[in-house]
Design a protein around this ligand. Structure first.
Ligand SMILES: C[S@@+](CC[C@H](N)C(=O)[O-])C[C@H]1O[C@@H](n2cnc3c(N)ncnc32)[C@H](O)[C@@H]1O
Length: 320
């Protein structure tokens, strides 16, 4: 399978906004090379293995930042290059210097994509109790409450570090008390299902429309013995699924959440929760209106940067 890498040369201050733009075009992952991080690296702030790192030995950029995003070739991202460039240039209107904003597109072979991840992916404490650890790292929990999710991001989205995944994990921690039945829609790397299992959920089923993601999630479930029994299958949202669960979780772009809302309603028990993430600021209103239209009560909205997550509860006509 061939991938397309889109790299944008920008400034450190625009890194998050540029990453968001690239994600909204359906990137499977984003890697960031920021000159500021290398300054920190030289002072030991990022030296998680403890040693002093001589910057001379590490190939790095000395100024600004490069944000690189990865798309399956089938996404034909080259057709959107002009739109992406104009959105990056448009960041100046929000007071962010994104110059030079130069955009490069190049094909990447599978193994290079993996190398890019390994370079930038380190153990990451995503909530107070959960740390996501790359499968090749020998990180050990720092206290008895810390739980580890071992992941090989492979080709699937979901290393735990993206704000949309972080918000999903935090929302799961707020809602889960143990014993719940859950459907994870758009499981990607499987990170949310694995986390839910560690938080005490009883029965989880995970779906993704992309068979590469399904294979990656299955592999990650096996890396985490407590999650090894979670079934993962290819499915388009919840089409053809008719069940009754306590919770549906989905970290997918807002446009895809909209058709999922009535399907989630149908598959939830009364009082069950629908956790949504992946909602970019401009689409928040659309999601709230859709939830209201389909008898969901919004319990809580969470925000990180430009991204929103929403926790909604299924109401039945009488208790609305
Ligand atoms: C942003 S990623 C989220 C991955 C992971 N759940 C996380 O939170 O990090 C979105 C995932 O949704 C999947 N997806 C997109 N459209 C879908 C659809 N119609 N049905 C099921 N999955 C879908 C993508 O393949 C991708 O793996």
């Amino acid at each position: 399978m061939q991938w397309t890498e889109v790299s944008i040369i920008t400034t450190s201050e625009a890194v998050e906004a540029v990453s968001n733009i690239l994600m909204t075009y359906g990137a499977t992952g984003v890697s960031i090379e920021d000159a500021k991080d290398f300054e920190k690296l030289s002072t030991g702030m990022y030296g998680h293995h403890g040693g002093y790192i001589d910057l001379e030995d590490v190939p790095h950029i000395s100024k600004g930042a490069i944000v690189s995003a990865y798309y399956p070739e089938s996404r034909h991202i080259d057709q959107h290059a002009a739109e992406i460039s104009s959105e990056v240039q448009g960041l100046t209107e929000f007071g962010l210097k994104s110059a030079p904003g130069e955009l490069k597109i190049s094909p990447v072979a599978d193994e290079n994509w993996k190398t890019a991840w390994e370079k930038y992916y380190h153990p990451f404490a995503v909530t107070r109790y959960l740390t996501v650890v790359p499968s090749w790292d020998d990180y050990k929990p720092k206290n008895s409450l810390e739980q580890l999710i071992r992941l090989d991001p492979g080709m699937a989205f979901g290393t735990g570090t993206h704000p949309t995944t972080q918000l999903s994990l935090q929302a799961l921690e707020m809602v889960l008390r143990g014993g719940e039945s859950i459907i994870d829609v758009g499981t990607g790397s499987g990170v949310l299902s694995i986390a839910a299992k560690l938080m005490g959920a009883k029965k989880i089923t995970a779906y993704d429309v992309d068979d590469v993601a399904v294979e990656s999630a299955k592999k990650n479930m096996r890396l985490n013995p407590q999650a090894a029994d979670i079934p993962v299958a290819v499915n388009d949202l919840l089409k053809g699924i008719h069940t009754q669960v306590d919770l549906v979780v989905a970290n997918i772009l807002a446009e895809i959440i909209v058709p999922l809302v009535p399907q989630a309603y149908e598959n939830l028990k009364p009082g069950g929760h629908f956790l949504m993430s992946g909602i970019i600021k401009d689409k928040y209103g659309l999601i709230i209106n859709t939830l209201n239209q389909f008898h969901f009560k919004v319990d809580q909205s969470m925000k990180m940067g430009d991204w929103y997550a929403v926790i909604a509860e299924k109401t039945v006509e009488e208790d609305k």
